[in-house]
Write a protein that binds this ligand. Structure first.
Ligand code: AGP
Length: 614
């Protein structure tokens, strides 16, 4: 999940490249760099920094390099520490070839050994630098740029998108793609290159998504496109207008808080916009009505928070639509036996639509003949292009690395989809379908009102206590168990406090040994009348061991309320929507703890917003 941004055009490149990298900094911020062609002698000038863009900007104060051909990079480390030496751009021996790269060159070890035997001197531990030296060697051998590029790409294994800047070809950039996304924006006498079109949103709406296993020679007013066999391809710029607003936090201290508060509107938009389009729903998903009526199995894949949303939605599809649902971690799916079944559909859930593990899972599922569809937030993403249909969640740009509004939009969209499938199968009436849509709108109100109800007197007051905890345990049952997993992930990635989510009944089978008076236990209640008493019994087990118990309880659940040391009460909703009703409060609870600890809320250490490497 690095970012590549390039420019060739009538203007000096640095301003665009830095702005583009800033917009894409969500993809990684361990280090940054910029390179450009010196218009006086066509030499390559460059500067790099550890940390994010702000550190790189300081370099320009003393070294204000710029040029009409330029490129930049922000890095999320895969090979080699987050240091200046490993920051991109990387070079060949003579600094006449420069590269910025997103992805992983899987065979770089053997290539590097071969090049070192030829006398190439390496300066970094990265896989990327190997490409620059290899290209140096091939360019000498082939003399011709096109044949050197073809030789290069046929030697590289892995998933990659990189841009080459060449002192001997000072008016162009070479853009190469294999699996990792990269796109080109066409302006007036200028071309923009980026890992994500967000980088040039507002500057042009003419976009070329580089096809897989292709490369392009890009000048200020031309793009020459070829595949990895050297076959020339037509160049077609789609017109795509990406909603882009200045990176405003809406008066909030962090993007995360802004996005927590956007959730009420996001759920409303998810429902209203998908309902407005419902007559084209099956067509948009690439399914016929008959296929929906005959649907028996869903296989859902996702990562992180999206996987948690899938686990919550499993209850929706099975109990509302009567469709057996299997949920897989995208990164695990390909390495276990796979059983294709008739009347089955695969669903990928992803906020960014660029998560490499999920993309690879989709490719695996398609190879097994599955119909694949994506539930995504970014409809211009690779995942939409690589599946046969998609359901947008309309959450709007989610900037904070920790996913909040995307989670609630995913849960809402999947709840609605489950009812649409049930209606198509004639399992529910139109009245029930409309009731479900209204339920979501009611839950959206509750999600926000519970934050307002508790944000001062309890959450801020207790944040300090929980911030000192050695670790925190989250408990749930049935539909609130995957929600406990999501709460644990939020706490870990934002506060760096270890946390784990358990099914409440599982505690007595071992993890109860973790509980003592220093360990806060957070329990998410359920409305199911059979399960609720059992959950209370689980709460009694932890209280008996002296735990500090925090209960997210529903109104009237006196047994649980009286047991807990701290209580948040939630109005009654459809039992399956209990977690969604609690989502805002849970996120705010974690946010306050992390904020108390002074963590970089929107950009936690070691993470990136879109994980575009496996
Ligand atoms: C969640 O807070 C994390 N940012 C992370 O787990 C994320 O959900 C995961 O990487 C999947 O991303 P995606 O939804 O864009 O595919």
């Amino acid at each position: 999940m690095c970012s590549v941004v390039g420019y060739v055009g009538k203007n000096l490149s640095r301003a665009f490249v830095i702005e583009g990298l800033t917009r894409l900094e969500y993809r990684g911020y361990d280090s940054a760099g910029f390179a450009c062609i010196h218009s006086a002698d066509n030499s390559i000038m460059y500067t790099k920094s550890q940390g994010g863009i702000s550190n790189l900007l300081r370099n320009f104060e003393t070294f204000p390099i710029d040029g009409y051909v330029g490129m930049g990079h922000t890095r999320w480390s895969t090979h080699g520490a987050a240091s200046v030496e490993n920051a991109h751009p990387h070079f060949d021996c003579n600094k006449k070839i420069s590269i910025v790269h997103n992805g992983i060159i899987e065979n770089f070890h053997e290539l590097k050994k071969m090049l070192q035997k030829q006398g190439h001197q390496f300066k970094s531990q990265t896989d990327t630098e190997t490409v620059a030296h290899l290209f140096e060697s091939l360019l000498k051998e082939h003399k011709n740029l096109k044949s050197a590029v073809l030789a290069l790409v046929n030697l590289l294994e892995g998933a990659y998108a990189f841009t080459l800047m060449l002192a001997d070809y000072p008016s162009l950039l070479v853009v190469v793609r294999k699996r990792s996304p990269v796109c080109i924006g066409k302006g007036e006498d200028e071309m923009f290159i980026a890992s994500d079109l967000l980088a040039f949103a507002g500057k042009t709406n003419k976009v070329l998504f580089l096809p897989d296993e292709c490369y392009a020679f890009v000048t200020r007013n031309s793009v020459e496109l070829n595949d990895f066999n050297g076959v020339s391809l037509p160049v077609y710029f789609q017109v795509i207008t990406v909603p882009w607003t200045a990176d405003l936090k809406g008066g909030h201290e962090h993007f995360m808080l802004k996005e927590i508060y956007e959730q009420k509107k996001v759920i409303q938009d998810t429902v209203h916009n998908n309902k407005a389009d419902e007559n084209y729903l099956w067509k948009k998903l690439g399914l016929t009505r008959l296929q929906v009526q005959d649907l028996q199995v869903l296989k859902i894949v996702g990562c992180g928070t999206s996987w948690h949303a899938a686990r919550v939605a499993q209850f929706f599809f099975e109990s509302i639509a009567n469709v057996r649902t299997e949920v897989f971690l995208a990164s695990e799916l390909r390495y276990q036996p796979f059983f294709k079944e008739t009347n089955s559909v695969a669903v990928a859930i992803s906020q960014s639509g660029e998560t490499a593990d999920t993309l690879e899972a989709i490719r695996f599922l398609r190879q097994h003949g599955m119909h694949t569809l994506a539930v995504v937030n970014v409809v211009s993403s690779t995942m939409v292009r690589e599946t046969q249909g998609y359901l947008p969640i309309y959450a709007g740009p989610e900037v904070s690395v920790a996913s909040t509004k995307a989670f609630s939009a995913q849960v809402a969209a999947l709840y609605w989809l489950a009812h649409k499938i049930a209606f198509e199968k004639e399992l529910i009436t139109e009245r029930a379908l409309n009731a479900a849509e209204n339920e979501l709108l009611v839950v959206a109100e509750i999600l926000e009102s519970t934050i307002e109800k508790y944000k001062n007197d309890i959450i801020k007051k207790h944040a300090e206590r929980y911030a000192q905890a050695p670790y925190i345990i989250f408990l749930g049952r049935h539909v609130s168990y995957p929600f406990a997993l999501e709460a644990a992930l939020k706490l870990k990635e934002l506060s760096y406090i270890f946390a784990e989510g358990f099914p409440a009944a599982e505690l007595k089978h071992g993890p109860l040994a973790l509980v003592d008076t220093n360990v806060p236990v957070i329990i998410f209640s359920v409305l199911d009348p059979v399960l609720y008493p059992k959950l209370v019994a689980n709460a009694q087990e932890v209280k008996a061991r002296g735990a500090h118990l925090v209960a997210f309880a529903f109104e009237g659940q006196q047994e649980l309320i009286q047991l807990a040391d701290v209580v948040f009460t939630i109005p009654h909703v459809n039992p399956l929507l209990g977690p969604l009703a609690m989502t805002g409060l849970m996120q705010f609870f974690v946010y306050e703890i992390s904020r108390f600890l002074g963590r970089p809320i929107d950009k936690p250490r070691n993470l990136a917003k879109s994980v575009t490497v496996e």
